[in-house]
Design a binder for this molecule. Structure first.
Ligand code: 13P
Length: 249
C-alpha cells in the first residue's frame, strides 16, 4: 500500500514571535511536495502560525492537549480549543512528556481518546530508552505503549492515528537510529497492529524521530515501513527542514 509521507517539525519550547515569523517565512519558500508537511509550535504561537501558513498546504500540530474536555483545569488546553485554530494533529506521549511530566501509558491513552473525540489526529510517540534497548526490550516497550491505546480506543481508531517511533537514546543526541534499526522496529510495530487488524496496520503511517537530519533522512525514507519523520532540532532551521521534506519526495 502507498502511504503518503509526513514530515513533521516539533519545535518544542523554542522560538519567539520574531524567530517564528522568520522560520515560517523561510519554510514558505518550499516548493510543492508530495509529502504532508506538519509544524508544531508552542501553544501561544498556534494562532500566529495558523495565519502565516493559511495560503500553504502545511498542517498544524499542537504539542500537547488536556485529557479533559473542559472545566476547572487551570493551565490546560482542550482539544476543542485547538480545533478553533485549525490544528489538525496533536503530539501525544512524547518521551519528554512521559519522563518529565509523568505521563503514564494510561494518561496518554486518555489524551488520545479525548483528541479523537474532538477530531484531532494524534501523533502517538513511542520508543525505548537505551537501557531497554540493551536489555532487548525495544519491541515489548513499543507494544506496551501501543496496547494501552488500543485497549482504550480500539484498533479501528488507529486508522486516524499516526505513530512516531522515537527511541529516547536518539532524541537530541545527534545519534540517529540507522535506517535499518528504524525499519526493524517500524516493521515490528506494523506486525503488532496486524494482529488486531491487517487493514489498519497497512494504513497507519509510522514516522521515525530522533536526530533526523537532511543528510540521514534519505536512507530512512527509503525503508518500506518508514512513512516520514518527526523532526526536533533540525526543524528550527528552514533550509535543513526543507531539505528533509525534499528527501521524503
Ligand atoms: P531531535 O530531532 O532534536 O532529536 O528531536 C526529536 C524529537 O523529539 C521530535 O519529537
Amino acid at each position: 500500500m502507498i502511504r503518503q509521507k509526513i514530515v513533521a517539525g516539533n519545535w518544542k519550547m523554542n522560538g519567539s514571535k520574531e524567530s517564528i515569523n522568520a522560520l515560517v517565512n523561510g519554510l514558505l519558500e518550499m516548493k510543492g511536495s508530495n509529502s504532508e508537511v506538519v509544524i508544531a509550535p508552542s501553544f501561544p504561537y498556534l494562532s500566529l502560525v495558523n495565519e502565516l501558513v493559511a495560503a500553504s498546504d502545511f498542517s498544524l500540530a499542537a504539542q500537547n492537549v488536556s485529557g479533559e474536555v473542559k472545566g476547572a483545569y487551570t493551565g490546560e488546553v482542550s482539544a476543542s480549543m485547538l480545533g478553533d485554530f485549525d490544528v489538525k494533529y496533536v503530539l501525544l506521549g512524547h518521551s519528554e512528556r512521559r519522563t518529565l511530566y509523568n505521563e503514564t501509558d494510561d494518561v496518554v491513552a486518555a489524551k488520545v481518546a479525548t483528541a479523537l473525540n474532538a477530531e484531532l489526529a494524534p501523533i502517538l510517540c513511542i520508543g525505548e530508552t537505551l537501557e531497554e534497548r540493551e536489555a532487548n526490550q525495544t519491541f515489548s516497550v513499543c507494544e506496551r505503549q501501543i496496547q494501552a491505546v488500543i485497549s482504550k480506543v480500539g484498533i479501528e481508531a488507529f486508522a486516524k492515528i499516526v505513530i512516531a517511533y522515537e527511541p529516547i537514546w536518539a532524541i537530541g543526541t545527534g545519534l540517529s537510529a540507522s535506517a535499518e534499526q528504524a525499519q526493524e522496529v517500524h516493521q515490528s510495530i506494523r506486525a503488532f497492529l496486524a494482529k488486531s487488524s491487517e487493514v489498519v496496520s497497512q494504513k497507519v503511517q509510522i514516522l521515525y524521530g530522533g536526530s533526523v537530519k537532511a543528510s540521514t533522512s534519505k536512507a530512512l525514507f527509503e525503508m518500506p515501513d518508514v512513512d516520514g519523520a518527526l523532526v526536533g532540532g533540525a526543524s528550527l532551521d528552514a533550509k535543513e527542514f526543507i531539505a528533509i521534506v525534499k528527501a521524503a519526495g
